[in-house]
Design a binder for this molecule. Structure first.
Ligand code: NGO
Length: 545
C-alpha cells in the first residue's frame, strides 16, 4: 500500500497489544501483592525473518532511550560515507515512532548503537554481520557496509512492531541481550518486477525496494521490456520508449523511465544494498520494439501495439543485420546505466523463432553483453542455445517441466553455467494462493505459503543432475499481467516473499515449516504497521486480536 492507511495502522496497533512475546507480557501477580507491573519482554533474539545463522541469547537487554546515540565507527575511508549513510538510515527508521533525536555521531565516547566495520572480521564476508546486545548498548560489526545494513534490518525486527509507525508511539524500546552472528547461504537473493505488462512508477518501485530490504533481498531484477511495453529510454532508438512504451495490458497510458529516473532508481536500490539487474527480453516478447521500428521485422511491416496477455507470438528478425545493430545499441546504453555485473537478455518463449535462428541470435546477443563488460543472464531456455562461459540461467520450470528440459539445464551446469532458481510453482509471486485468490494466474498451480517456502534450493534439481554448487541463489519474480497497484503487488508478494528471502539467506539447518510459520506470524503485525497488504494465509498462526 502506498500510503500507510488507517486500517492497517489500527490493525497493527491492536495486534501490538496482544502479540505476547513480541512486545510485552504481564508479569504473574503475587497473591495479595501489589498490582502487576507490565514488564517489558523483548522479542526473542532469533525471532526474525530470515532466521539468523547463529543466535546466542543471554545477558541484559538494551533499551533505546532519549539518550541513545548512533555511533558510526567509519572504518576504511572508502566505506566511511556509506557507513554514515547507514547510520542515518537507522536513525530515520527509529525517529518517527520513538520520538528520540538519535544523533548520528563519530564521537567514540558516546554510548548507544554502534556501527563498526572491522578489518578483522573477514569471516563475516560481503554481507554478514554480528549484533551484540547488552546493557551498555548494541554493537553491529561487519566486514562490508552491506553487512551493517542487513544487521540494521535484524535490529529493526527485534524492536516492537510499533517502531514501524510514522508517528510517536509508547516504548519501551527494548532489545534482548545476546549475540547474533549471521551470514547468508546464497549470494544471490533476488526479486523481479515486471514493469512492462503494467508500468510501475519510480515511486512504486521504490516502495517495493524498501519492502525487499526488510528481508535482506539483495538483487532487484527489472523486466524492462515485453510485448506490451518498452520501459527504458534508449537514445539511439527513441521510439522504443516513446511509442513502444505508450501502452500496457488492458490499454491505458503505460509509461517508461527516463535515463535520469532509471539512474535514480539504481542509486535508491543501492542505498538499500540491492543491485539492479535490467532485462531486455529477446528475441521473443518483443512486440513493443517491433511495433516501434518497422525495419526490425522480417517483412518490414510494424505490427500494432499489443495490450493482451498472450505470449510467444513475436520475434526479432534473426537473419537481418539491423537486428544486431539494435541489440548492440540497446545493450551498450543499458550497460552504461548499470553499475552491477549482470545484464539479463531474456530468451524465454521464443516460439516464433526457429531453433537455428534462436541459437544464432542468442550467440550474438550474449557477445554484445560480454563486449560491454557484463555477465549474461537468461531464462533457462538459454541452455538450449550455447551459453557463453560465465553465463547464468534463471530456471523457471515447475513440476510439469519435462525430464529432457531439466537434463538440458543440468548439462549446461556441468559445463559451468550457474543457476538462479525461480521455480514457477514455488516462487512465482503471480501464482494464485488458492482457488479463491482474486488476482494472479494459475498456470503453474496454486501456491500456498507453505509450498512456496518448503523446498531446498540446493537439491531442487539434484535428481536431474544439477550439482549444489551450480546454484547461485533464488529469485521471486512478480509478473504483472493482473497487477498494477502496490496493494495488488503486496497481496501477492506477501507473505511468500519473506519465505523466499529466508530460503536465500538462512542456513539449511534452520529450515523447518513449523518454526518458520511462527516467526512469519510475528511478521504479520509488522507488515500491517508498515501498511503492507499481505494475504492472511490460513496456514500461518497470525496473532489474533
Ligand atoms: C512466464 C513467461 C512470462 C509470463 C509469466 C507469467 C517467463 C519466464 N515467461 O515466465 O512472460 O508473464 O510466465 O506467470
Amino acid at each position: 500500500m502506498r500510503e500507510r492507511g488507517t486500517l492497517p495502522r489500527l490493525f497493527g496497533s491492536l495486534l501490538l497489544v496482544v502479540a505476547a512475546g513480541i512486545s510485552s507480557v504481564a508479569a504473574a501477580p503475587e497473591r495479595g501483592g501489589p498490582a502487576p507491573a507490565r514488564t517489558p519482554v523483548a522479542t526473542p533474539l532469533g525471532q526474525v525473518v530470515p532466521a539468523p545463522a547463529r543466535v546466542k541469547p543471554g545477558g541484559s537487554p538494551y533499551a533505546i532511550t532519549a539518550r541513545t546515540r548512533i555511533l558510526v565507527d567509519e572504518g576504511p575511508r572508502r566505506d566511511a560515507r556509506e557507513v554514515r549513510r547507514i547510520g542515518s538510515y537507522l536513525a530515520g527508521l527509529l525517529r518517527p515512532a520513538t520520538g528520540y533525536a538519535l544523533p548520528v555521531t563519530d564521537d567514540r565516547g558516546a554510548a548507544g548503537i554502534r556501527l563498526r566495520l572491522g578489518a578483522g572480521d573477514r569471516s563475516l564476508g560481503e554481507e554478514g554481520y554480528r549484533l551484540e546486545s547488552g546493557r551498555g548498548g548494541i554493537t553491529l560489526t561487519a566486514h562490508k557496509p552491506a553487512g551493517l545494513f542487513h544487521g540494521v534490518q535484524t535490529l529493526r525486527q527485534l524492536l516492537p512492531v510499533s517502531v514501524e509507525k510514522d508517528s510517536r508511539q509508547r516504548g519501551p524500546w527494548t532489545i534482548a541481550g545476546g549475540t547474533i552472528t549471521d551470514t547468508p547461504r546464497y549470494a544471490y537473493r533476488g526479486a523481479m518486477l515486471d514493469v512492462s505488462r503494467h508500468f510501475l512508477t519510480p515511486d512504486q518501485v521504490k516502495l517495493y525496494i524498501d519492502q525487499l530490504a526488510l528481508y535482506k533481498i539483495n538483487k532487484l531484477h527489472l523486466h524492462l521490456s515485453d510485448d506490451q511495453g518498452w520501459r527504458i529510454a534508449i537514445d539511439s532508438w527513441p521510439r522504443l520508449a516513446g511509442y513502444g512504451g505508450s501502452t500496457q495490458v488492458g490499454g491505458g497510458p503505460g509509461g517508461y523511465y527516463t535515463k535520469a529516473q532509471y539512474r535514480d532508481l539504481v542509486s535508491y536500490a543501492a542505498s538499500r544494498q540491492l543491485e539492479v539487474i535490467p532485462e531486455i527480453d529477446m528475441p521473443g516478447h518483443t512486440n513493443a520494439a517491433l511495433a516501434s521500428y518497422a525495419e526490425l521485422n522480417c517483412d518490414g511491416v510494424a505490427p500494432p501495439l499489443y495490450t493482451g496477455t498472450s505470449v510467444g507470438f513475436s520475434s526479432l528478425c534473426a537473419p537481418k543485420e539491423i537486428t544486431y545493430d539494435f541489440v548492440d545499441d540497446v545493450v551498450r546504453e543499458l550497460a552504461a546505466l548499470t553499475p552491477g555485473k549482470y545484464l539479463h537478455i531474456g530468451g524465454d518463449e521464443a516460439h516464433s523463432t526457429s531453433h537455428a535462428d534462436y541459437v544464432a541470435f542468442m550467440d550474438r546477443a550474449q557477445a554484445a553483453v560480454q563486449k560491454y563488460g557484463k555477465t549474461v543472464v537468461g531464462w533457462h531456455q538459454l541452455t538450449g542455445a550455447t551459453p557463453v562461459p560465465g553465463a547464468v540461467a534463471q530456471y523457471w520450470g515447475y513440476d510439469a517441466t519435462g525430464a529432457a528440459e531439466r537434463a538440458q539445464v543440468a548439462a549446461a551446469t556441468r559445463k559451468g553455467t550457474r543457476l538462479i532458481l525461480s521455480p514457477a510453482d514455488r516462487v512465482y509471486l503471480d501464482m494464485k494462493y488458492d482457488k479463491n485468490t482474486v488476482l494472479g494466474q494459475s498456470w503453474a498451480g496454486y501456491t500456498e505459503v507453505d509450498r512456496s517456502y518448503d523446498w531446498n534450493p540446493a537439491t531442487y534439481l539434484a535428481a536431474a543432475g544439477v550439482p549444489e554448487d551450480a546454484v547461485l541463489g533464488v529469485e521471486a519474480p512478480l509478473w504483472t499481467e493482473t497487477l498494477a497497484t502496490n496493494d495488488q503487488l503486496e497481496v501477492m508478494a506477501f507473505p511468500r516473499l519473506p519465505g523466499v528471502a529466508e530460503l536465500g539467506w538462512s542456513p539449511a539447518a534452520t529450515h523447518d515449516w513449523d518454526t518458520y510459520k511462527t516467526r512469519l506470524a510475528a511478521q504479520g503485525p509488522r507488515m500491517a504497521a508498515l501498511g503492507i497488504d499481505y494475504y492472511r494465509s490460513p496456514l500461518v498462526p497470525w496473532p489474533t486480536e
